[in-house]
Design a protein around this ligand. Structure first.
Ligand code: MG
Length: 268
């Protein structure tokens, strides 16, 4: 099942994508209840705008340094525990919405990532039970302002500029994704492949991440865990390949979809 967040007559709703239509409801059905709900309204896909599959109450947790090839290119050592930071939901735009290149930074970078979407509440979840709490997966561009990221030892500012990242285009439920280790992830900028890796490279896999994070915070339906980025970020090139206004960034994982966004300069 593919689940989308849509704009329905000016209100946000969850819906299920069924080929050319999206089944949804006039009432606001929570994400965790969507699969069992009566979806009595059908909207042609062409009449609907897809939004970021996240809402303002979602926790967005991100994992740094989780692919072996990216750890090597950054000259770092394999971490013994997941390196975690958070993003505010308003730092993320939806599919095809513009990523904003801020005036304050010269070093705007992309990071293509697989993101876990939580479907069931849990705290201190044992590793063997974690998949019961995973609704599915989406894609996330953990857009980063490298200069701000390096101002201090904390990532917060460099990872949270308004509209600097993206999420979507939809959530694909876990049963349809199958074995992650057999999937490839790619990031293209203006059609040029910059990142290409397989999801079998994770230092900490989905079960380990969900279990570790739920040790200290409750995970709720709609919460997001971005699983880290592979080698090939703009900062790894010499000279670096920073994003510019007019660029187009596309992230895809086989069987999940493509998250595409144009880059625009910050307005006045
Ligand atoms: Mg990242």
């Amino acid at each position: 099942m593919k689940i989308a967040r849509i704009d329905l007559d000016g209100t946000e709703r969850w819906g299920v994508i069924d080929d050319d239509v999206i089944r949804t409801s006039d009432s606001d059905i929570p994400l965790a209840e969507l699969a069992a709900a009566q979806l009595d309204r059908s909207v042609p896909r062409s009449d609907t705008r897809l939004l970021a599959p996240v809402d303002v109450t979602s926790k967005v947790l991100c994992v740094g340094l989780n692919y072996r090839d990216h750890i090597l290119e950054m000259g770092r050592e394999l971490p013994s525990h997941p390196v975690l930071f958070t993003r505010f939901p308003d730092s993320l735009v939806g599919p095809e919405e513009p990523l904003v290149l801020p005036r304050a930074s010269e070093e705007y970078d992309y990071e293509g990532e697989l993101a876990i979407v939580i479907g069931r509440h849990g705290r201190a979840i044992a590793e063997e039970n974690t998949l019961d709490h995973v609704l599915g997966y989406t894609l996330l561009n953990d857009g980063s302002l490298r200069d701000f990221q390096r101002h201090t030892i904390r990532f917060t500012a460099g990872k949270n500029f308004e509209a600097s990242g993206a999420i979507g285009p939809w959530i694909v439920t876990r049963d349809e994704v199958g074995l992650l280790s057999e999937r490839r992830i790619r990031t293209r900028v203006n059609g040029e492949v910059r990142q290409e890796s397989d999801l079998g490279q994770f230092v900490f896999d989905v079960s380990r991440l969900v279990s570790y994070i739920s040790t200290w915070t409750p995970l709720r339906p709609g919460d997001i865990i971005a699983t880290g980025t592979p080698a090939g970020v703009g900062a790894s090139f010499d000279p670096p390949k920073w994003l510019r206004a007019g660029d187009r960034v596309e992230i895809d994982v086989d069987g999940i979809g493509t998250l595409a966004n144009p880059v625009v300069a910050e307005g006045n």
